[in-house]
Design a protein around this ligand. Sequence first.
Ligand code: WAQ
Ligand code: MG
Length: 266
Amino acid sequence: MRDEWYSLRMRASNAGRHLSGAERIGRREDIPALTAALAQRALTHRGGSTDRVNCTIERLNAKAIRYGALPEVQSWQVENWQAGRRLAGRLLANAGVSREAVAASLAALDQGPGPGGQVMRGAMVVDAASGERLEPDQARGVRVSHMDVLPEERQGVIQGLAAAGLDHHRVLEALVLAGKVLQAPGLVAELCWSDDPEYLTGYVAMPGNGYQRICPLKEAGSRRGGRAFLVDRREWHSQVFVDFMEETPMLLHGPVLIHPPCRWNP
Ligand code: WAQ
Ligand code: MG
């Protein structure tokens, strides 16, 4: 059977603490090798402190797979993280996010969007007009899953990113995630920066305006970060949205259009 598709998801932990996760979508004959590669990555993560790796392999209904294009990439270099936040606010405003919702999203990610200022595993959902939090579970958030690059285009996409100096695995992973998020019904924009204290680049993604990387968007050394999905409530239904993000399989095709990097001095 040529086109039997599977989702592969891996989670690694140590003493119950989440360490890393990754996921792929592939044809059946490719799943054993993909599984080996993810297991390898899990077991060598940060010097091998992993004591548990969970792999889930799940057949997909090929007719349910959705297709989309990877977003265009623009990189902005800014003076400091405060300028990065101003640029993020500007981009979000251009996408139609209100002043209140921009302020609420930036503040929540800055202070830790989970209960007691913790990092969430998933994303918050924010009303792009009022700034109100809408996700059903404010501790967990909405987890985007079941997405990957179309297998035959993966190598070309990786090479394209590498040629632009974007060969960190986080870039491809975030680009794929944003590619799926931008197709979600009711989505106005996404705002993200990592909880990794050393990874300072974040992004704003918008339908029609692509994936806009901002460096730096966070303060060096900060363990806070997260994602905000800003939505137009008139076109947004909680269950449809969550089901799309978490369950609908999506394959994204290239090529990735990468614009030359720019400096932003307001
Ligand atoms: N679905 C929803 N939210 C998620 C997911 C997911 N699958 N994975 C992570 N998050 C949330 C969660 O709150 C994390 O704390 C936060 O996002 C950041 O996750 O172009 O590496 O994996 O240079 O640390 C962006 C820039 C990097 C990449 C983002 O995020 C580039 C990054 P991290
Ligand atoms: Mg992280």
